[in-house]
Unconditional design. Sequence first.
Length: 316
Amino acid sequence: MTSRQHHRPGGFRNPHAHPRHGSGELLKWLPKFLLQPWQRPDFPLRTPDLSAFDEARDALTWIGHSTFLVQWGGRRLLTDPVFGARASPIGFAGPRRLVPPALRIDQLPKPDLVLISHNHYDHLDEGSVRRLARRHPTLTFVVPLGLKAWFAARGWHQVVELDWWQSAEVGGLRVHAVPAQHFSGRTARDRNRTLWCGFIVEDPAGRKLFFAGDTGYSPDFRDIGARFAPVDLALIPIGAYAPRWFMKAMHVDPDEAVQIHQDLQSRQSVAMHWGTFRLTEEPLDEPPQRLRAALAAAGVDEQRFWVLEHGETRRL
């Protein structure tokens, strides 16, 4: 049964108490952030091993930010596909991509489904969606509640819309939408009109993939663990966390990413949501360093939580 604590008139809310993350806090933080000096690391960009996706076994490639190509139970899925040069509604301003996508859309092996966690520009890119839909006319998108209308307005109707804890059979996989602590909005006037979520994807053998989407830490992860643990593979954000007084409500830091790994009893986790766009104050190469320290402090083997290079492919 779906709990409706996260519903409110005209939209949605986070049911757990958290620090404020509204327009007042944004206006306090943003000018300092925009004026802050920063250094651009020279991140390597690997050539993905697409032969891994011709085999029967599972594999994944980190395309960048929260975008993965994953082969899971013989099906291919794509997470939060963002292939554009900016995470922005306009082409001349907003966060610029610092590392090119490891694959172009025309290079992708045909995906069976696409997961969209929410409608922020670094997770839902209209140009990428349009190119995917044109190239793969039978492709199905799985989205949180309220977001189907955005796709329909652009002429795309092969969309499965889910509330938290709802499930659907899609492309031979069972997809569950699970809670996240975040928010939505593509303009100043539509905050929280559509839902945000993570996903659990079960293959025919019952193995479980978790895709966190974008989230702060909350008791939701213990609830997800109670329903689905152990999880076989978890894609967990580790970046965009500073300063904590502003970002803690909506973005986990590496210590909280390790806590999610533990809450889900994840057999293998993979870091995401770092190193592709400059969204917050921490140095762009800091999240993996802090993740290693957090794993050591928690007594978790580093090999249980991979940090991939852009474009890197791993067979599972």
